[in-house]
Design a protein around this ligand. Sequence first.
Ligand code: SIN
Length: 326
Amino acid sequence: MAKKLVFLGMGGTIAGTAASAADNVGYRAAQVGVDQLLQAIPTLEMALGRHELVSEQVAQVDSKDMVFTHWNALALRVCHYLAQPDVSGLVITHGTDTIEETAFFLSQVVPTALLESKPVVMACAMRPASSLSPDGPRNVLDAVALACTEGATGVMVVCAGTIHSAQHVQKVYPYRLDAFDSGDAGPMGYVEEGVVRLTYSWPKTEVIRPSISHEKLAQAVWPRVEIVTSYVGASGAMVRALCSAPQGSEGPLCGLVVAGTGNGTIHTDLDAALREARALGIQVVRSTRCAWGQIIPPSVLGDGFPHFKGLSPVKARIALILDLLA
Ligand code: SIN
């Protein structure tokens, strides 16, 4: 039976267009459909080998504007396809700006049994499809090579020939083609001339939150969790404003992630306001504004705010949302 490789389009720069082929920054993301994108890659058929191509446009969005309904739609389609015996893996085209959040989200909500048997590879681009020298086609071919590699499993991001796990990937450059990094963990590997070279094994899905099914997720009202940062002169004003703001369509504030300084430390004035928030029933967790490494908590936490291992503020927010939902 011929195996299927499924492409899910979510939008992003990879599907972006500009008025001029010379313009790599003044473009509109999410303009070209996933079918058209794939048709424009002449060697795709060869890269697919015996795989049958299936594609679906799940969303068409600049990833900075992504909302929970996009994630729900994507999680449902990912689970649907991974559960099909004739589907060998997925490639998702997505904007780079929040790809690390979507990758981490999927790694947490797609059943582990599915992720431990098939790959979900997220592909992106830093230049629009209309560019004189777009990076999207190469990145898609690398994603195909990765998804078709024997034994590939888990959620991964591939960009500029480098493979990152959902857990560690972070966008670190706003413009460079090789825009991502995996911090202390380092990249999982590389794709070189269509061949995957791993530096460590396929990612084991480290599920950080209590499990919640994607079906339940799709029906749930997602709790609102915001991120605040500690810095020189930080006050409690932001937190107090968030706690006392009249409730809009976004729902009540349920959680706060604080991106602390260094080892997750928090300015005294901000800390006082966060304690007030916690007394109101708002869950507070800490992360760090440091790009790499992870918070090493004191052996006695006392009444300090907990943290989610080495998760960045945006990923800690997802973990807290899923925690609250569960
Ligand atoms: C986006 O994230 O959708 C736009 C930016 C990009 O893909 O590089």
